[in-house]
Design a protein around this ligand. Structure first.
Ligand code: F6R
Length: 364
């Protein structure tokens, strides 16, 4: 049932605080992640990890892209991320000590499963599946598993499965860091994870404000999403959600790439959405935003509430609760989901069952 919500997607967006709490449940110690959350053999396997290959499709691939920033920063382990439909068809070089990670809500995505079967025949250190469906093919055929606890996701556009994957991947980064000797320095992040469900509830309370913003998009045919660092994949995910359910053509770029091409598209008909948490990249993002303004583009900035930014009729700022740098990609996903949702509702599309798409892609 939709539990009183107009669509499953909206219900699933609003469940995120609760399912993130469920995904963390029993996996955190006082100051550290519990490595055996990944399986009884995880600690010994993780000790041998020298690099990580992450493979997934669609939204799950975007989660993998965020994980690359976390694993390299928190564990110092080189990480590659690739879509399954490319990975499985090339001559992959597998250096010694490579952990093969798949991400999938359904655990039945044909290309992701084929990539795992390909990997199982090669010299990987081991395979880990981060998945939402117990007993799915991916779970059965992987050495280690970590289940996301998103519960059934009915809306074709993935929302709560994505944010719980992000939480699981942050646990992975912390676990790899821990077996490699990091310890006390990640305690504040572990505490931040505990507080995350509460922060998510605060962000969900922005729903009404985002609904207001969505009106500016209903008549538009294109939109451009910008982010930097770990927020580039969040921008990609925001663009994917918008195109999937509202059928507005949307693209995402790392903000630094703007002047290398896409700036040519910016005019008053091209809304630009920027994800601007208060991290070290903010100053650079601010100058990218000026470039957009100078070309008459209408700007929508999702920014940390502590940032001072002057607004005007062409520069709309939506203030997001302050959150640590590592947790920001999870938090900033939510306003973008809500934006896509409200634009789609205004456009009258079939939000839960967008045209041409299937929930589980079991064909190649
Ligand atoms: C987009 C979406 C898809 C899936 C992709 C992979 O909203 O849901 O892009 O993420 O088809 O599916 P899973 O995660 O089941 O492997």
């Amino acid at each position: 049932s939709k539990g009183g919500y107009r669509h499953f997607m909206l219900k699933e967006i609003h469940e995120q605080s609760q399912v993130i709490a469920a995904t963390l449940e029993g996996r955190l110690g006082d100051h550290q992640v519990l490595v055996n959350s990944f399986g009884a053999d995880a600690a010994s396997l993780f000790e041998g990890v020298r690099q990580v290959h992450i493979i997934a499709c669609g939204t799950s691939y975007h989660a993998g892209m965020v994980a690359r920033y976390w694993i390299e920063k928190l564990a110092g382990v080189p990480t590659q991320v690739e879509v399954a439909s490319e990975y499985r068809y090339r001559e992959v070089v597998v250096p010694e000590g490579t952990l093969f990670v798949t991400l999938s809500q359904s655990g039945e995505t044909a290309d992701t499963l084929a990539a795992l079967r390909f990997a199982n025949q090669r010299d990987y250190l081991g395979s880990l599946a981060i998945c939402n469906v117990p007993g799915s093919s991916l779970v059965r055929e992987s050495d280690l598993t970590l289940m996301t606890q998103a519960g059934p996701e009915i809306g074709v556009a993935s929302t709560k499965a994505f944010t719980t994957q992000l939480v699981a991947l942050l646990l992975l980064a912390l676990a790899l860091g821990r077996v490699r000797g990091a310890n006390g320095e990640h305690a504040p992040l572990v505490q931040g994870l505990r507080e995350l469900p509460g922060v998510i509830n605060q962000v969900l309370a922005l729903d009404g404000e985002i609904e207001q913003l969505s009106m500016a998009f209903a008549e538009k045919h294109h939109a451009l999403f910008l982010g930097r660092g770990a927020h580039f994949p969040i921008a990609l995910e925001g663009a994917l959600k918008l195109k999937e359910i509202s059928y507005i053509h949307a693209e995402a770029y790392p903000a630094g790439e703007l002047k290398h091409g896409p700036l040519a598209l910016v005019d008053s008909e091209m809304p630009v959405i920027a994800v601007a948490p208060n991290d070290e990249l903010l100053e650079k993002l601010k100058s990218n935003l000026q470039e957009v303004r100078a070309r008459g583009g209408e700007l929508f900035v999702f920014a940390d509430e502590s940032i001072r930014m002057e607004t005007n009729e062409h520069l709309h700022v939506l203030r997001v609760p302050a959150v640590s740098e590592a947790l920001a990609p999870i938090v900033y996903t939510i306003p973008l989901q809500l934006l896509a949702y409200h634009v789609a509702v205004l456009k009258g599309t079939d939000v839960d069952q967008p045209r041409n798409l299937a929930k589980s892609v079991t064909v190649e």
